[in-house]
Ligand binder design. Structure first.
Ligand SMILES: [Mn+2]
Length: 427
């Protein structure tokens, strides 16, 4: 299924007048504060968030899975689903693959389909956290950290193979998340496990071409419940620094212990020029992988403020980093859930872009926390949704993507096309 510009335009028709009056009021309000509205809209239009190929089906918990039907069963169908999202919001113009869940057998054909759907390929992700049917050695006791060199070599070769698939698709970013760790105290020697991991990563690093970037993701626990080998940003940063310029840290919002100040981590990593990418989701307790912005929208805004301010300070652009949604959709329609996440991310970005920087930095210089809070919360509490709608309208996307998705009965059409019991591969 493909959504045409005409379908989008007719779904916008009835809402245009109402949108225009809401947008006019907001624009006046922002211009009074000397905000360059056209710049904010351009930034929103340029900013693209990658959709992972494994997130287009219903996720599950270890207790069960409740699919919606019409799910994509191969890479092409997954790309069509992302094409639907991108047609609705024009902000999801990138796809991130997980190998071996989605192996691009016919790279040329896949690239052509991506062009037709206006998609590009973002980071490719390796997988050494589960065993595949045709695999010689098991990752039961780890991959890059394993005590047996043969297992480590297998995992190193897999990562380099994933990078090769990426190259064929026109991306040069390899994203690595390891589940390596110990479930029980004493299970492995933590120092040696880290040294072996560093050694394996450096072999992967040396095997990558000069243009390649390696992203190292961290996670405090799960599935290793006692000690994960790369548990926090400090360990990822340490490894990335030792490896060299091509290696950077990747921050996944859900990979922190409760109440961790993630915005401060961002600030430090940006200052050290070692922040490479971002995985968006939200959580109440741990790696809940819920819809971005569903739990802590204020935190998301503060994170974006650090991103925008930190990147501006270094004359870098948002496009220098990899941005991806990494969530699991357990009860909602995955496509609706992704539309909501993208909207929440764009909203947080817009809020960050409309902070009165001058007033905030004056308040900081004058040690005035009251005014500092006023400035931040003024940006956060201004309803910027008409600005997002305007950015979409300028790109021929839907004023209200969820409403358009429902009006076009996309899920119904996908069920007709693929069947009620069509279930996606992946998470
Ligand atoms: Mn992640």
């Amino acid at each position: 299924m493909v959504i045409s510009k005409e379908q989008i335009a007719s779904s916008n028709d009835g809402q245009l007048k109402k949108h225009q009056s809401k947008f006019d009021v907001l624009r006046d309000q922002l211009e009074e504060k000397n905000i360059d509205v056209a710049y904010v809209i351009d930034t929103l239009r340029t900013f693209q968030i990658a959709i992972p190929s494994w997130a287009l089906g219903t996720g599950g918990t270890r207790f069960g899975r409740f699919p919606n039907g019409g799910e994509p069963v191969n890479l092409e169908e997954k790309m069509y689903d992302i094409g639907l999202l991108h047609a609705l919001n024009r902000s999801s113009g990138a796809i991130s693959l997980h190998i071996p869940w989605d192996i691009p057998e016919d790279a040329a054909g896949i690239r052509q389909l991506a062009d037709e759907l206006n998609l590009r390929f973002d980071a490719v992700n390796s997988n050494t956290f589960q065993d595949q049917a045709d695999q010689k050695y098991s990752y039961r006791y780890g991959s890059l950290c394993h005590t047996d060199k043969a297992v480590r070599d297998q995992a190193i070769a897999h990562n380099l193979e994933v990078a090769k698939y990426g190259e064929e698709l026109g991306t040069n970013i390899l994203s690595i998340w390891l589940s390596d760790g110990a479930i029980f105290p004493g299970q492995h020697n933590m120092r040696r496990a880290l040294q072996r991991t560093e050694d394996s990563l450096s072999q992967i690093y040396k095997g990558l071409s000069e243009e390649f970037e390696m992203l190292i993701e961290y996670k405090p626990f799960e599935p290793a419940f006692y000690a994960t080998v790369i548990p926090d940003w400090g360990t990822s940063f340490l490894l990335a620094n030792k490896l060299g310029k091509k290696a950077n840290t990747l921050v996944d919002l859900g990979h922190h212990l409760p109440n961790t100040n993630i915005e401060q981590i961002i600030s430090t990593l940006l200052a050290e020029n070692k922040l490479g990418g971002f995985h968006f989701n939200d959580s109440k307790y741990a790696d809940d992988d819920l819809t971005t912005g569903s739990m802590h929208p204020y935190e998301l805004f503060l994170i974006f403020y650090e991103l925008v301010e930190g990147l501006q300070n270094q004359n870098r652009s948002l496009q220098d980093l990899s941005w991806m949604i990494d969530a699991s959709h357990n009860i909602k329609d995955p496509l609706e859930d992704l539309l909501q996440s993208v909207e929440a991310i764009q909203l947080a970005l817009a809020q960050a872009l409309t902070v009165d920087d001058k007033k905030l930095s004056d308040a900081q210089q004058n040690n005035d926390p009251t005014i500092a809070q006023e400035v931040l919360q003024d940006a956060f509490r201004t309803d910027l949704r008409p600005l997002l709608a305007e950015a979409r309208l300028q790109d021929d996307a839907a004023l209200d993507p969820i409403a358009a998705y429902r009006a076009l009965n996309v899920r119904g059409a996908l069920i007709d096309e693929r069947g009620e019991d069509s279930v996606a591969t992946g998470l």
